[in-house]
Design a protein around this ligand. Structure first.
Ligand SMILES: Cc1cc2nc3c(=O)[nH]c(=O)nc-3n(C[C@H](O)[C@H](O)[C@H](O)COP(=O)(O)O)c2cc1C
Length: 376
């Protein structure tokens, strides 16, 4: 039988220090995402949004312009490769393949949490490769909300254009060795914003951002949020599988219970835009060009995918990553054509039909769903 596991088990054995445990965890996360079903059981709620078909689009599909203003920088389309990895020698090739694809398509790319490499510079190459292979696209650095001192180094390490501060309390709460003290986090994020001179965004990792959180983030000067909502990869699920392996029954039970905890991506976009002026990126369950189109129609400036490009980046080539991304972009163009949208900004004036759980949720939050639907 062919063993197509991305990493040998020798990679997982050295757990003598905290640093090596962090490295090992990165590999475990990738293996679990590829070997197990870690997708949310709840949906993004994009299924509760429908476009109104336009039989007279009056545009030429070949002239559709996907160009996007991404925090003052140019991206070829409203789609990015979301933060995933780096920090273990075996992740260098993965980041390289992702970066080559991003550069080829002109798409922004994020790296995974850089804290390990700030603490152990021998790991910096696994992140630097992204800037080396993607010299002309927006590159997004990534650190946790409490890692204030690490922020300037993380940005310098990859000559980043934007810094993402990740928020992952759900994962930490389920993770056997999770950091569950969130006291003072908003001050920490404010200090991070002050410590760098590039745009800073806050990024959830699969549980969504509420109106209240978005307002707090806006008050401290954040430039945008990546809502990282429910409907795609579930970090409670990933940690459930790690807890099972470690025979931690309590954490495993928690992982099951909280598997789909959080705010669905579509609802989160609406909540953030209803309550702030922040620029919104949508990750969390973006799986098709239609999902991208729906996120844009709600007012997101861009979207991102992690899980859909993980397998090709681990087992395949940069070309395989490009093929996955091109499927999404081609489907986005069809959605634009059938909506009569010449450019991505045109989505904001297209009417929508909203229904089901999304409308119920908006009503219970006292958000005017008819305004979101624009006259439907
Ligand atoms: C293997 C893997 C590793 C990830 N690591 C990070 C990370 O280090 N920092 C971060 O902000 N998000 C991380 N994420 C979260 C993604 O950036 C994204 O927000 C989330 O997976 C939802 O997108 P998806 O449904 O397309 O996977 C990771 C996702 C995956 C699949």
């Amino acid at each position: 039988m062919v063993d197509d596991r991305p990493f040998s088990h020798d990679d997982l054995e050295d757990i003598s220090s905290e640093a090596s445990m962090t490295r090992r965890r990165k590999i475990e996360h990738i293996e679990i995402c590829l070997d197990e079903n870690v997708q949310c059981q709840a949906s993004t709620m994009f299924e509760d949004i429908e476009f109104i078909h336009n039989s007279l689009p009056e545009i030429d599909k070949d002239k559709i312009d996907l160009t996007t203003n991404f925090f003052g920088l140019k991206a070829s389309a409203p789609l990015m490769i979301a933060a995933m990895t780096g920090g273990h020698p075996h992740t260098l090739g993965i980041n390289e393949r992702l970066a080559i694809a991003a550069e080829e398509l002109g798409l922004p790319i994020g790296v995974g949490s850089q804290r390990a490499a700030v603490e152990d510079p021998s790991l910096a190459d696994t992140f630097r490769i992204v800037r080396e292979r993607a010299p002309s696209v927006p590159v997004i650095a990534n650190i946790g909300a409490t890692h204030v001192e690490a922020a300037p180094d993380a940005v310098a390490m990859i000559d980043a254009d934007i810094l993402a501060v990740h928020l992952n309390p759900l994962q930490e709460a389920i993770q056997p060795e999770g950091d569950i003290n969130s006291e003072g986090m908003i001050e920490s994020i404010a200090a991070i914003v002050d410590s760098v001179d590039i745009p800073v965004i806050a990024k959830e990792t699969g549980a969504g951002i509420s109106a209240e959180v978005a307002r707090s983030l806006e008050e401290i000067g954040i430039d945008g949020v990546d809502v990282g909502g429910v409907g795609g990869t579930s970090w409670a699920a990933v940690e459930y599988f790690r807890a099972l392996k470690e025979e931690d029954d309590v954490k495993a039970q928690l992982g099951l219970e909280y598997w789909s905890w959080g705010i669905p991506t579509a609802l989160s976009i609406i909540m953030v835009l209803d309550s702030t002026e922040l620029d919104v990126i949508a990750t969390g369950g973006i799986r098709s060009g239609m999902d991208v189109a729906k996120a844009l129609s709600l007012g997101a400036i861009s979207t991102g995918v992690a899980y859909p490009v993980l397998r090709p980046a681990v087992h395949g080539s940069s070309l395989d990553v490009i093929v996955e991304l091109e499927k999404i972009l081609e489907s986005l163009k069809v959605a634009m054509y059938l909506n009569g949208c010449q450019s991505v900004g045109d989505f904001s004036s297209r009417p929508l039909i909203l229904r089901g759980r999304l409308v119920e949720a908006l009503k219970s939050l006292d958000i005017d769903y008819k305004k979101v639907a624009r006259g439907s």
